[in-house]
Design a protein around this ligand. Sequence first.
Ligand SMILES: Cc1cc2nc3c(=O)[nH]c(=O)nc-3n(C[C@H](O)[C@H](O)[C@H](O)COP(=O)(O)OP(=O)(O)OC[C@H]3O[C@@H](n4cnc5c(N)ncnc54)[C@H](O)[C@@H]3O)c2cc1C
Length: 423
Amino acid sequence: MTATAGATERADELEPVAEFRARAKAWLAESMPPLTDGYTDRSEGRRPVERSLQARLHQGGFAGICFPAEYGGLGLTPAHQRAFTAESEPYDMPFSLNVPTLGILAATLVDFATHEQKLRHLPAILKGEELWVQFLSEPSGGSDLAGCLTRADRDGDVFILNGSKIWSSAAYVSDYALCLARTNWDVPKHRGLTMFIVKIHQPGVTVEQIRQVDGSMEFCQEFFDDVAIPASAVVGEIDDGWTVATRLLTHERMAVGGGSIYTSGRSVGHGPADGGSQLVDAVRASGRAGDAHVRQLVAEDHILQLVGGQLVRRVTQGMGTGAMAPPAGSIMKLYGATSWMRQAEIGLTLAGSAPAAWPAGEPPWGAQMAQTTLSRQGLSLGGGSNEIQRNIISERLLGMPREAAGDREIPYRDVRRGPSPRR
Ligand SMILES: Cc1cc2nc3c(=O)[nH]c(=O)nc-3n(C[C@H](O)[C@H](O)[C@H](O)COP(=O)(O)OP(=O)(O)OC[C@H]3O[C@@H](n4cnc5c(N)ncnc54)[C@H](O)[C@@H]3O)c2cc1C
């Protein structure tokens, strides 16, 4: 998160934000396609489109605005990033490359990867050549991340990976993952974990897609059978993967909450399918713009978006200056998840029958609302559930007593648990 500190210190040497913004505005109008349904499109064909959109940003000199210049970024400030994001609002952008590849995984690489790892991967990511995912959750449970059962046993210059990860978004079309695995069973659970760079498509890794309630096949489960991972793929220190995982989760909460400095374009936590203007258009089109209850709901939706924007700004700035501790990312994440849920309910209430059936050829709002409704709880789980965010806020920001845990100080080998899940 300190990647742009250097840039901020030499801000007077950088292109002024207003000039950068004007240049970006002109380039975007010439170079990027207008936004249609890319924001909610989770079909198989979308990933290649996103890779090419990212490549276009890179060719135009607008990729990786806050990434270090040494690794292919622009080394500019969060103010430049905010200006670009504001101008990019009407355009199709590599939304799912933003999260998780850029906002979470690449951000974590910036913080913890070695110089060689950064040189190898960050420029490729910024060109849209590499998609990354997180291999964190396991079939035995995702909230207790430190209870990870996937193991990596050292054998000379390699680690042998065995186990299973689950709920990894779009792993089947991605290239690399940051994977948390247990490397030491003789210490308490948080102290025996290591983070690895894992090439997804290689011998010993089996990726299976999972069908979701909305029909999409984004989620995957991976099975590792004696996968040899070079020791040079360790990110951070051996047995200190918890430090890397904690930072990764902070980046995730910021990215999902809308406060990442590493992503360009609308964030996932900013209203289902652009509720705002589409909602007003739909209400007007249905002739109910004069109805008092309808107006209240439209206003509530608008206020949720306004408050969300201000909250993101305040917390991001607070974290940037050090006035707020990194766990403050949970405030944005929790707000984003709860307001998304409420906005989905408002959208569904106002949509009438549109999400159930929509005439062919009409704008895709009904279809978007249907998908948003079915997947509306996703943000309340992905990146840590709402309950976990509340735990973090109470314990790490408000200083309330820690949740009781019987397994925190004993060697993980002695912790009672279920068997490692196998196929
Ligand atoms: C859209 C989406 C994308 C995701 N992407 C990824 C990904 O790319 N990679 C990845 O690794 N994972 C991913 N996940 C998985 C996600 O991280 C987990 O779903 C999440 O951590 C919760 O884990 P779980 O589903 O196993 O639930 P569990 O951990 O089994 O929890 C079940 C319920 O118990 C509650 N609970 C658990 N512990 C506590 C506690 N201590 N205090 C209070 N309540 C508690 C939880 O809040 C939850 O309601 C994704 C999930 C979603 C929905």
